[in-house]
Design a protein around this ligand. Structure first.
Ligand SMILES: [Cu+2]
Length: 479
């Protein structure tokens, strides 16, 4: 590490407490979650190298991270102000850093498929771009892992990237950035999904005859954390009755959609994937697919000591949670199962009012059991990625993209460098919900609109690493 970088990190670590210090209307009574330094300005350096993560005193894992930690530093950029992102790669493999949710050119987006130059092993590279739009974004490696569970998205290479706009919500007492994560993944043929908790969900794409061939191996985990700490191992979030706490949640998992709840409290969702929603609404349970973010505030009005965590017992007990402790309360953290999770993007939308799209594209998703030897493979319209010349966009055209999910899994579908407006999902029409990653339900259908206004190669893929690596991606290009 260069001395300059070290000084910068050290200085920021010391001043990291008031994250939105200047803009806050009330003083922050407690420190934010530890373990996540923050960097701001216009010149950012990320150093990729092995790190250890102390999930709990008796649970220390080795992985790869940024600037000595995982999650990496919170990067704070200003909307519209050009930045340099300098990436130093201290590992033996080429690396990429993808800025997820930003509308930036292909050659700096951080995807090799789009033509972004990689950071060579033991080399460095500088990317210059103008961050936009404002909101909760994130950055992560975009390399393939294939059958190596110590590479790519399975490592600790992820962090928050906040693009600050002119507006700031401001009206809260504390602010926390919480990344949901799993560690030490392994292969299994057991399906452990919790995507299908709602048996009443419509399944318009369920095939009349199901494929009964034995499935291949998928990736699972039993070890979880929020940021770098498993439930109970880190400092609690300390609150006082009546406080409004703003949470920025990120599912930084490479393998699974996750739910989250806080007994006795509701999440007031104000933004999805960093984009303000037309109809903020209070919910008991959040759902985040890999890659998704939710900004939500909570009024702390149930004094006690609570577990905010995953509703599924093995996941929460495996570490996916954090303790919320009210002042002057001393007791074992309490957990109460939430009502049936029923996540629905459309409650945050408004009645359909979007213009009719000029063009329509259909994508049929299928899973081929053991299509890749011992693993499943995934196809879009009958073929594995890259779909080099299949999806050719006309500049300036508004498209409606309809996903037909004929698989037994819910997939978080991510389009790089563009914003997706949900038009229909779960059989409901909506508008105004702007996302970059949309979880398409099991055997479900979803339509999203986007404007082709970002010329250049554009990657579309499932954000579950194993699915992306085994075919579930497509390269969109402009005519
Ligand atoms: Cu998937």
């Amino acid at each position: 590490m260069q001395r300059r970088d070290f000084l910068r990190m050290a200085g920021l670590a010391a001043s990291a407490t008031p994250l939105f210090g200047q803009q806050m209307q009330m003083p922050m009574p407690a420190a934010p979650a530890v373990g996540m330094p923050s960097l701001s300005g216009t010149d950012f350096t990320l150093r990729i190298a092995p790190v250890t993560v102390e999930l709990a005193p008796n649970r220390i894992i080795s992985t790869i991270g940024y600037n000595g930690t995982s999650p990496g530093p919170l990067l704070r950029m200003k909307e519209g102000v050009p930045v340099n992102l300098n990436v130093i790669n201290d590992t033996d493999t080429p690396e990429t850093v993808h800025c997820h949710g930003l509308l930036i050119p292909s050659d700096v987006d951080g995807s090799e498929e789009e033509g972004t130059p990689v950071v060579p092993p033991h080399g460095s590279r500088s990317y210059r771009f103008t961050p936009t739009p404002a909101g909760t974004r994130w950055y992560h490696t975009h390399t393939m892992s294939m059958d190596d569970l110590h590479r790519g998205g399975y490592t600790g290479m992820f962090g928050f990237l906040i693009v600050e706009g002119k507006d700031n919500p401001g009206n809260y007492d504390q602010e926390h950035y919480l990344a949901l994560r799993d560690w030490e993944p392994y292969f299994t043929s057991q399906m452990m999904d919790n995507d299908d908790l709602d048996p009443t969900a419509p399944r318009p794409e369920k095939p009349a005859v199901l494929d009964t061939r034995p499935p291949g191996l998928e990736v699972a985990s039993d070890t979880f954390s929020i940021n770098d700490k498993s439930l109970g191992a880190g400092e609690p979030i300390r609150v006082r009755p009546g406080e409004r706490v703003l949470f920025h949640f990120l599912n930084a998992s490479a393998i699974e959609n996750r739910h989250l709840s806080l007994p006795g409290h509701k999440f007031n969702v104000i933004a999805l994937d960093g984009n303000p929603v037309p109809t903020p609404a209070a919910v008991d349970v959040l759902m985040l697919g890999p890659g998704e973010r939710i900004d939500a505030w909570v009024v702390m009005n149930q004094p006690g000591v609570w577990v905010m965590g995953a509703p599924e017992d093995p996941v929460r007990e495996g570490g996916l949670g954090i303790v919320i402790e009210y002042a002057n309360q001393r007791r074992t953290p309490q957990w109460v199962p939430p009502p049936q999770p029923r996540w629905d993007y459309t409650i945050f939308g408004k009645p359909p009012s979007q213009p009719a799209p000029a063009e329509r594209l259909d994508m049929v998703f299928e899973k081929i059991p053991r299509g890749a030897g011992k693993f499943n493979s995934f196809t879009v319209n009958g073929k594995e990625g890259p779909h080099d010349r299949e999806f050719v966009l006309k500049q300036g055209t508004r498209y409606r993209l309809t996903f037909h999910n004929r698989t037994d899994d819910a997939h978080p579908m991510h389009l790089h460098r563009h914003q997706l407006e949900i038009a229909e999902i779960y059989g409901k029409a909506t508008s105004g919900v702007i996302k970059d990653t949309v979880v398409v339900p099991t055997y479900g259908r979803a339509s999203v609109d986007f404007t082709a206004d970002q010329p250049g190669l554009t990657l579309f893929h499932c954000h579950i690493q194993h699915h992306m690596d085994y075919g579930f991606k497509a390269l969109l290009r402009y005519a």
